[in-house]
Design a protein around this ligand. Structure first.
Ligand SMILES: Nc1ncnc2c1ncn2[C@@H]1O[C@H](COP(=O)(O)OP(=O)(O)OP(=O)(O)O)[C@@H](O)[C@H]1O
Length: 211
């Protein structure tokens, strides 16, 4: 079972403190991170995913009580967010093939990237450059890029943004898969109630409380 432990996390940008003395321990059902615009949801997710270093405090991911190293976390983590971009000039398929080549050989669980192009409904545009896709299609490819290596930990920041109904069903499907698999953990940062409804528990980044 994957567990996230955050102890006394502080995160500042210059003199601006965004996260102050935040602690939590969590494993189990998908976890939602809620909070108003600018409250620090993305900052918290970036710290969880190793994109940002805490100013103070620490974040430890464990599997069956064994702490994951940075390298293990990199291989077992998927992360999709509006600020994680792919290569504009590469096609959908080329982007995924590139990521697959960078990730292998450690990621034995990786599924063929073509399968993820199909699952995310991008077959018709698979040869189009990422930069030429619509914002919703780009979001679908970001999801495919976060998922093809079958991560045990999945961090999604506002996953439904710009997605149509079929795209939103994809998010529901993804959350269901994580819900059904106790050895995996999904965390969704969002202020969209529909997305937070997909989560078993919700952590307020403002109140530091679970509901
Ligand atoms: N690199 C940075 N440098 C300076 N300030 C930053 C940086 N990144 C984020 N911030 C500030 O931190 C605060 C929290 O931003 P963050 O993106 O984490 O909020 P959020 O809760 O995800 O917001 P939203 O709901 O609008 O996406 C904001 O005031 C933002 O301006």
């Amino acid at each position: 079972m994957i567990t996230l432990q955050i102890k006394r996390l502080h995160k500042s940008f210059g003199s601006k403190m965004i996260l102050r003395d935040l602690s939590l321990e969590y494993s189990g059902d998908p976890l939602g991170i809620s909070g108003a615009n600018g409250s620090g949801k993305s900052t918290l997710l970036k710290c969880m995913g190793g994109l940002l270093s805490p100013t103070r405090g620490n974040i430890v991911w464990t599997d069956e009580s064994e702490p994951l190293t940075k390298e293990q976390l990199r291989h077992r983590l998927g992360y999709a967010a509006p600020y994680i971009n792919l290569y504009d000039e590469l096609s959908c398929l080329e982007n995924l093939h590139f990521l697959s080549a960078v990730r292998n050989p450690q990621d034995k669980a990786s599924q063929p990237v073509e399968e993820w192009i199909r699952k995310t409904g991008l077959r018709a545009v698979s040869d189009q450059p990422y930069g030429n896709l619509s914002t919703g299609q780009q979001q679908r490819l970001r999801l495919a890029a976060a998922l093809f290596h079958q991560p045990d930990i999945l961090l999604l920041d506002e996953p439904g943004s710009n997605l149509d109904e079929a795209g939103k069903s994809l998010i529901i499907d993804i959350s269901q898969r994580f819900q059904d698999n106790p050895s995996k953990l999904l965390i969704i940062a969002s202020n969209n109630p529909e997305e937070l409804d997909l989560c078993g528990r919700i952590f307020s980044v403002e109140e530091h409380t679970f509901t």
